[in-house]
Design a protein around this ligand. Sequence first.
Ligand code: ZN
Length: 244
Amino acid sequence: MITKLEGIILNETPYGETSKIINVLTREKGIVGIMCKGAKSMKNSLRALTMPLTYGYFYIYYKEDKLSTLKDVDLINSFNNIKQDILLIAYANYLTELTHQITKMEFDENIYELFINSLIKIDSNIDPLIITNIVELQYLKYLGIELNLNECVNCGSTKNIITLDGDIGGFICNKCYTNEKMVSLKAIKLIRMYNAVDIKSISSININDNSKYEINYFLNRYYDRYTGLYLKSKKFLEDLNKLS
Ligand SMILES: [Zn+2]
């Protein structure tokens, strides 16, 4: 019996002379490993449809806990804009690797939604750094390290918040402040917005460079300190950003 799953290809591994195995993040079942027989050969019609970042409907012979077998793919989006720009590819690769790491630990349909919609927005020319930071922020709860963006982490006050402390993961009010690193009030306001926004609904977004980089800097430090993830794609993205 053929099963239809909506998903996106995270990566591929060659198998033998002509075949490959793809890992697909699916809406219905999380990560599914699929054998694609003959898909490496030039004349195979599934060759182009079994590349990473292919988003579509996958028709497969589904086997639980084993490799499934690919029958056909119906393309939804191949993210052609992303594929023409090395920087956008780097962002997409980083989001793919990050999403893969998180879904290996736990799968939630919201993670799938966030990932797909972030790629759709980056592909339609919305600022990739802002989109990536929104995803990083909204992924924190699945990593078990959500920021407390409601109150001072020390006394619980919701008033006179003066900074966001990355070391303890929440707000500090002016009474409790000692010598924590400062995050500007403008950035704090934007971080709250990033945390609450539905990516799907973003049609344009404009944030000044200072605030944008301040938020990115904060999130980078927070990820380094608390996630334990070291992703090559992130390092590559950072190197590329330094060049431009
Ligand atoms: Zn306080």
